[in-house]
Design a protein around this ligand. Sequence first.
Ligand code: F6P
Length: 336
Amino acid sequence: MAKNIAVLTSGGDAPGMNAAIRAIVLTAQRYHYNIFGFYHGYNGLINNELIKLSTHDVEGIISQGGTILKSARCKEMHNQAGIKQAINVLLKNKIDALIVIGGDGSFKGLIEIQQQWQGQVIGIPGTIDNDVDGTDFTIGFSTAVNTAISAIDKIRDTADAFERVFLVELMGRNSGHITFNVGISCAAEKVLSFENFHVEDEKSTINQIAQQIIKAKTERHSSFLIVIAENLWPNGSQALANQLKEKTGVDCPLCTLGYIQRGGSPVAKDRIIATKMGVAAVQAIKEDKSNVMIGEKNNVMCLVPLIEAIKHQKKVSPFLVDAQENILSITQQTEV
Ligand code: F6P
């Protein structure tokens, strides 16, 4: 039976979302389904901003960051009136299946819709934060990490040349996937994230880092790079920069990489995972599946109940955290 499938992108855009849209459109056409897009995330669903998508619309988009369907955060989806309106629009347009590409917040909206609508709902994890459970990687994470690495490598050049200290703040909302992976990849002297810092350790952490900075300056004559997760430090990362300067007398400028991490052409890993997930999403619809997120675990595509995907925030690899804290970190290094 021919189905009408609609797709939307929601929440923070992530490099690779376009690759997923392309794969969805091509797979839908392969199975002779009608494929539509809603602009502006759930806002566009509520306001019926529907367009028909064709092969022509997705030509050349695999290499583009952002999302051709635009994205938004949608307050209306937090109340019943908004959810009902979204469902009315789906019914009015005779949509049989809705695919949402976004993070856990976007999946909560999808679960709400599913509870009151007969159609199929499928989630595809698209967020640079990589914090969605049930999949090894989310679309956009790898590109964000690579972007941050290349920016920090440049900062490191200046840091080395001047034997300076830098504090670099990374995105991730309340998760440390970006911070830990980037910190390790850039050989940061200190990684500060939710997995290894607790507010009650504020004073001892400052004292410890201050000692390390003084050693780096006086004994090793080397640069010192700290990476920190956004939303981590009490009163913000600039407060830490000030506290360190006060303790050491050494300048500790803060570089907030911010939205640079969300943009840019997706790296191969994101194009490929996004394509696999887009194909798998339409195949799941073909097999009458619903209420699931497409994931990939150990190189195998899988369907994860949406409720499971949002239950817990995915943990940063404990191996990675342990290796950084107990082996790689500058405090663990002793000359033999
Ligand atoms: O979820 C992606 C993300 O970029 C987070 O890392 C960040 O905390 C947040 O979105 C920023 O959201 P906004 O685009 O609403 O400022």
